[in-house]
Design a protein around this ligand. Structure first.
Ligand code: PGA
Length: 257
């Protein structure tokens, strides 16, 4: 099987105004000066910057992603944004089912599944997030929670070409805590086996499974080389171009070593 090209996606969450676009242009410059072709780079700014980012990114290989979409293409849904609108703005991917949306907005697996289908309909890659809470982990329920979320959130139509899974333990997000590399390897291996049951081994073997939760320049080297980890979803450390670049650079190390 061909090696999977890793993806590192920056999730800016509800951070950033027009002045933050300077971080994107810095990132772009750093990647132009010292490219890291081993990794695909994506940035998911807030929706208000989606139409402005393409100007900054024009001609670069940084991919633009969005953070959420509505399941429907259009309609009376005040404040919502459809996958088609995101595609029109220049996004190529959309995060769905982030635990912050599951918690803040009561999003269910069924809704996340419908959002992933909306992404496919609009020609976007769906980045589907799963992960257990601290209480679930301490009860020993990590695998059952992850399996339930995958079964409910990943559509039958999911393919390696249109879907990325992000494993984000809720307790690791924004906390500075991370699972051990052995724990990450165990959950990622399990995710790949569940995807195999759901979609067949051909799709599962080629699908990117990202780790997310407190990925920083200091721990990226140990987390990103874990078996079955095909990149990262990065929150806080994606807001500053230098930190984000330092995480990406983990993939250039073999070449420069
Ligand atoms: P963090 O967020 O890197 O700030 O922990 C990750 C995420 O929620 O995607």
């Amino acid at each position: 099987m061909a090696a999977i090209r890793p993806l590192v996606a920056g999730n800016w969450k509800m951070h950033g105004t027009g002045s933050s676009l300077v971080e994107l242009s810095t990132l772009r410059k750093r990647l132009a000066q010292a490219p890291i072709p081993e990794v695909e780079v994506m940035v998911c700014p807030p929706a208000t910057l989606l139409t402005r980012a393409p100007e900054v990114l024009q001609g670069s290989e940084i991919v633009l992603g969005a953070q959420d979409c509505h399941p429907l293409a259009s309609g009376p849904h005040t404040g919502d944004i459809s996958a088609e609108m995101l595609a029109d703005a220049g996004a190529k991917a959309v995060i769905v089912g982030h635990s912050e949306r599951r918690m803040d907005h009561g999003e269910t697996d069924a809704l996340v599944n419908a959002k992933a289908l909306a992404a496919y309909r609009a020609g976007l890659t769906a980045i589907i997030c799963v992960g257990e809470t601290e209480a679930e982990r301490s009860e020993g329920a990590t695998m059952s929670v992850v399996k339930r979320e995958l079964q409910g959130s990943v559509p039958e139509e999911a393919r390696a070409a249109n879907t990325v899974i992000a494993y984000e333990p809720v307790w690791a997000i924004g906390s500075g805590l991370t699972p051990t590399p052995a724990d990450v390897a165990e959950v990622h291996g399990f995710i790949r086996s569940v995807l195999g049951q759901l979609l067949g081994n051909g799709q599962s073997g080629a699908m990117r499974i990202l780790y997310g939760g407190s990925v920083k320049p200091a721990n990226a080297g140990e987390l990103l080389y874990v078996p079955d980890v095909n990149g990262a979803l990065v929150g806080g450390a994606s807001l500053k171009a230098d930190d984000f670049y330092a995480i990406l650079a983990v993939y250039g190390r073999e070449r420069t070593a």
